[in-house]
Design a protein around this ligand. Structure first.
Ligand code: FAD
Ligand code: NAI
Length: 508
């Protein structure tokens, strides 16, 4: 009984502690402290973008050391790994967005934020040209923002390889707007296919979704869409059962090339069971409003042109360099051989410059363009900049102490010398920051039917797994990685909502 009583007391105290912690976290979140104003004598650090790289930098940066200015056309951070779930309404898009104002308001020193696009970076003049491209315009639409230090974290745009018709007729999957557009179009195709007197051929076309690109974006979207059909659409609109089809088109011999062979096979067999068609060795060459034309390589090596009708086309063929980055590359002679983005050194300094750094998808540092890499690069830059500021401060103190020592009397001189030695020790410690080293935690992807694949680095080895347990791991991993407690709560509520009540099939 005594043991039982103590267990009860401990549980009770832990519950009170947990509730207290949640209440405190919420209170701190809702009541930020007053911020100190930036010192105009300090260096101006301009950060472009509010994605994985830039926000990870902002999270850890001691903003009191610089005049920090953030420029981005998006005033929120987007948790991209759960974006495919927004295309079918499994997760609502606002659940994976975190307002950048919240992030900045909790920094010690205030940070300026301009919701605008950087249209040009003038490397020589050290100026960023920004343009407000939002719907509502004020008298000031364009501005010049000077910088001492610049971090380029503008990500990448969608690769189309100049294939005709892609931009006009397909949906991409990179931003919140893309996911909303896809969600709308799925329901539009379903309702249009159900319209009176629609011919069977037309129904088949309208209910055929083609996903181009068998990388993780294409695979995750195909899996989510088939889930939507299996769990909701076919129940509410049984007429579409005969016609609904998802096809994944990939130019290479297999999907998910970055995963191990075992997981590629597992994904392909899961898709087969789920009736998702995979067309490998099929390269799309042309897109019209109702068809795609693809070059198919047959087993004997011969090539054949095939036309596939579609109702919804989702284009996920990877990344291309943004215009503003291309323009900067052209201004710097050391970047003349760069193709996939800004070449950076091991401290993420853009080669050929000394005051510009690049992070994430727009930087080429021999790592894959992933959120994991961008976040680690951003955190590294925060440490680097905090260290640089500390170094400047100690060096200034050393200068002052040396001047003091030169005119000090004998008795005081020893004390000053001790202080100088202490500062020099501090300086050596602070300067010990090594180059950026990426630590790969593994790759995860959802493949539909409550299954996921994972190539995880564990105890200096690799561990590959696929299935329902991996799906639970995928869920918990991404939940823990969500930006804030608020995001986590919203995502859990969305998952529960979809499980109990199904996804919403209304077209907004
Ligand atoms: P982004 O996060 O794309 O941010 C770029 C920022 O720059 C944005 O705020 C944008 O608005 C801003 N910007 C754009 N143009 C300008 C301009 N001209 N001036 C100023 N600002 C500008 N990676 C993983 O590791 N795991 C995953 O599970 C995963 N899932 C993904 C799912 C999807 C659907 C997608 C599309 C990507 C996924 N990724 C994943 C990849 C990951 O999202 C990217 O690698 C990551 O977002 C790169 O971070 P970034 O900071 O370079 O760019
Ligand atoms: P990707 O570059 O990984 O894959 C694109 C695929 O499209 C390639 O396999 C390519 O062969 C194919 N392709 C290109 N042109 C084609 C054509 N004309 N016809 C048919 N196929 C064509 O692109 P994705 O999936 O958009 O990912 C971009 C980055 O984001 C990657 O680095 C990826 O690792 C990362 N990411 C990671 C995720 C995860 O870890 N779960 C999820 C989504 C993205």
């Amino acid at each position: 009984f005594r043991l039982l009583r103590w267990t009860f007391r401990l549980t009770y105290l832990s519950a009170i502690g947990f509730v207290g912690w949640v209440a405190y976290t919420v209170w701190v979140q809702r009541n930020p402290n007053d911020q100190i104003e930036p010192d105009p004598n300090k260096k101006t650090l301009v950060i472009l973008g509010t994605g994985w790289g830039s926000v990870s930098l902002l999270k850890k940066l001691d903003t009191e050391n610089y005049n920090v200015v953030v420029i981005s056309p998006r005033n929120y951070f987007l948790f991209t790994p759960l974006l495919p779930s927004c295309t079918t309404g499994t997760i609502e898009h606002r659940s994976i967005m975190e307002p950048v104002r919240n992030i900045l308001r909790h920094k010690k020193a205030s940070v300026k934020f301009y919701e605008a696009e950087a249209t040009k970076i003038d490397y020589e003049k050290r100026i960023v040209y920004a343009k407000d491209d939002s719907e509502i315009k004020g008298e000031s639409v364009e501005a010049e923002v000077p910088f001492d230090m610049l971090v380029v974290g503008v990500g990448a745009e969608n690769a189309t390889f100049g294939i005709p018709g892609v931009r006009e007729h397909s949906c991409f999957l990179k931003e919140v707007g893309d996911a909303q557009k896809i969600r709308k179009q799925i329901m539009d195709c379903v309702e249009t296919a159900s319209f009176k007197d629609q011919s069977p051929e037309e129904k088949k076309r309208l209910l055929h979704t083609v996903v181009v690109g068998g990388g993780p974006t294409g695979v995750e979207f195909a899996g989510e869409l088939q889930d939507f059909y299996m769990e909701d659409l076919r129940k509410w609109i049984p007429d579409i059962k005969e016609y609904f089809q998802v096809t994944l088109v990939e130019a290479l011999p297999n999907v998910l090339p970055m995963f191990s062979k075992q997981l590629i096979d597992y994904t392909e067999s899961t898709f087969k069971e789920e009736h998702i068609t995979i067309r490998t060795k099929t390269m799309v060459k042309n897109v019209t409003d109702k068809t795609i034309e693809a070059e198919v390589t047959k087993p004997d090596g011969t090539k054949e042109l095939e036309v596939m009708p579609y109702g919804l086309l989702v284009w996920a063929t990877g990344n291309a360099v943004r215009g503003v980055v291309k323009d900067l590359m052209q201004q710097i002679p050391a970047q003349k051989d760069a193709r996939r983005g800004l070449n950076v050194n091991e401290y993420l300094v853009v080669n050929g410059t000394e005051n510009i750094w690049a992070v994430g998808d727009c930087a080429v540092a021999n790592y894959a363009p992933t959120a994991q890499v961008a976040a680690q690069e951003g955190a590294f830059l925060a440490r680097l900049f905090n260290t640089m500021a500390k170094t400047d401060e100690i060096e200034q103190q050393l200068k002052e102490l040396s001047a003091k020592q030169a005119v000090a009397k004998n008795g005081d001189r020893d004390a000053i010398l001790d202080e100088i030695e202490e500062r020099q020790r501090q300086l050596r410690r602070v300067k010990q920051i090594g180059p950026f080293k990426y630590s790969h935690q593994g790759s995860l992807a959802y493949i539909g039917a409550e299954k996921a694949v994972a190539d995880v680095s564990w105890l200096s080895g690799n561990f590959a797994s696929g299935g329902t347990l991996t799906y639970l791991f995928w869920k918990s991993a991404y939940l823990s990685m969500c930006f804030s407690t608020r995001n986590r709560m919203l995502v859990v509520m969305d998952w529960l909502k979809a499980k109990f009540f199904g996804r919403d099939v209304s077209r907004e």
